[in-house]
Design a protein around this ligand. Structure first.
Ligand SMILES: NC(=O)c1ccc[n+]([C@@H]2O[C@H](COP(=O)([O-])OP(=O)(O)OC[C@H]3O[C@@H](n4cnc5c(N)ncnc54)[C@H](O)[C@@H]3O)[C@@H](O)[C@H]2O)c1
Ligand SMILES: [Zn+2]
Length: 379
């Protein structure tokens, strides 16, 4: 790998994926030398190595769980952008822990044992580390509700109640000091990843940052993976003349980030020391309902099929989450692409991808059978 311009060398794990590939492009534009480690996970990359893998980066195809592979990938690197992960609402359990938790633990161990001269690690965490978004109770002010019990969801009560008095609450932006738990296997492993990296950073003296991304979308988001990426899933449903499926009543809110903004947040975290040692929310600060997202996509595509809400729900899912982004804003972050513009870019890209198949219908059956998706009690 030849060093150019600023001479800094990056390893981007997961650099063929949505976020990783945009980080790679931005790093190269900024004059970094870049190595990618990616195993081209078949759920995400059904057609093999994607054309967008930047030819100016060194591409290592391999699994981060392989100690030898990871050791080679880490040689002569200054900054690690650890983006690879097993994500979404997949039915596996052990694989999440293996790839996300153990893979990260092993990476840190290799750096320490081989005394590698890594100068910073930025790990992709997620808003999925929170149990439920922060909320305001009419009586108790700011509260941090826990996950809604399955029994409550089963009777179709989707509201978030105050943990003290049980009153229905109003969603407010969630700050980084909200309790983290992880109410899905994925969320749990994201907690592991950020805690491992931040703790290791304190012990080793190497600066580390855990970026808690909000729902990220944009060109290159897998159109094959029916378990992750609500915008991608709604697009493929509509393009197949099928209604987008809303869990609960579709009124849950999320904070969406355009992928290029997330890439910029990574570069910022690499360049500033203001975020070192911290978990850092990265989001748009705006909550939008999933129903609104479905409607915006349908409008933009000109395919007017109303979304369908059949009272299905996913235990462990948060009702509302908007990121409080004061910490990253204070370091100079400002998202540049709003949801409508981002959706426009995504649709333009998806149209260039040839036939788009619906993988969701089959996946929905699997998720029901595995108990990841439940239905409200009838009668
Ligand atoms: N997309 C989002 O909404 C979102 C939100 C919060 C956090 N994140 C986190 O951001 C990171 C990137 O997510 P993304 O949306 O780009 O996902 P993605 O699936 O598009 O990319 C992940 C990449 O990692 C690779 N990968 C998976 N397992 C691997 C392994 N064992 N060895 C090597 N490579 C492996 C995949 O092939 C893929 O190219 C992940 O850590 C994810 O948890 C994503
Ligand atoms: Zn209360």
């Amino acid at each position: 790998m030849t060093a150019r311009n600023n001479g800094r060398r990056a390893l981007v794990t997961g650099g063929a994926g949505l976020i990783g590939s945009h980080v790679v492009d931005l790093l190269l534009r900024e004059g970094w030398s870049v190595r990618i480690l990616d195993n081209l996970e078949p759920n995400t990359h059904k057609r093999g190595r994607p054309a967008w893998v930047n030819p100016n980066a060194e591409f290592m195809e391999g699994d981060l769980r392989d100690r030898g592979v990871m050791t080679s990938a880490l040689q002569n690197i200054d900054v690690v952008f650890h983006e690879a992960a097993y994500g979404g609402y997949m039915p596996e359990i052990a694989k999440y822990v293996h790839v996300n938790s153990l893979g990260t633990a092993q990476m840190l161990e290799i750096i320490r044992e081989d005394k590698l001269s890594i100068r910073k690690i930025i790990v992709a965490s997620s808003q999925a580390v929170y149990s439920e978004g922060a909320a305001e109770c009419p009586q108790h002010g700011l509260v941090f509700p826990t996950v809604r019990p399955v029994e409550q969801l089963r009777v179709g009560d989707w509201a978030v109640h105050c943990p003290i008095c049980g009153e229905v609450t109003k969603s407010v932006p969630t700050p980084e000091n909200a309790p983290v738990g992880g109410e899905t296997v994925y969320g749990l492993t994201k907690v592991d990843q950020e805690k491992l990296v931040l703790l290791w950073g304190k012990q080793s003296g190497v600066p580390t940052v855990a970026l808690r991304y909000s729902c990220t979308f944009g060109p290159r988001q897998s159109i094959f993976n029916p378990y992750t990426g609500v915008i991608a899933i709604f697009c493929t449903r509509l393009l197949n003349d099928l209604p987008p499926v809303l869990y609960e009543d579709g009124e849950q809110t999320r904070d969406f980030s355009f992928v290029e903004d997330i890439a910029r947040a990574n570069l910022l975290a690499a360049d500033t020391d203001k975020l070192d040692g911290f978990p850092v929310n990265v989001g748009s600060k705006k909550g939008v309902t999933i129903r609104e997202v479905a409607e915006q996509i349908s409008e933009a595509l000109g395919i007017r099929i109303a979304p369908e809400a059949k009272g299905e729900f996913r235990p462990g899912e948060m009702r509302h989450l908007t990121s409080d982004t004061h910490r990253i804003q204070a370091a100079g972050y400002k998202p540049q692409v709003d949801l409508a513009t981002g959706i426009g870019c995504y649709l333009e890209w998806i149209r260039s991808q040839g036939d788009v198949k619906d993988y969701f219908s089959e996946a929905a059956d699997i998720l029901r059978n595995k108990g990841i998706v439940h239905s409200i009690a009838k009668g």
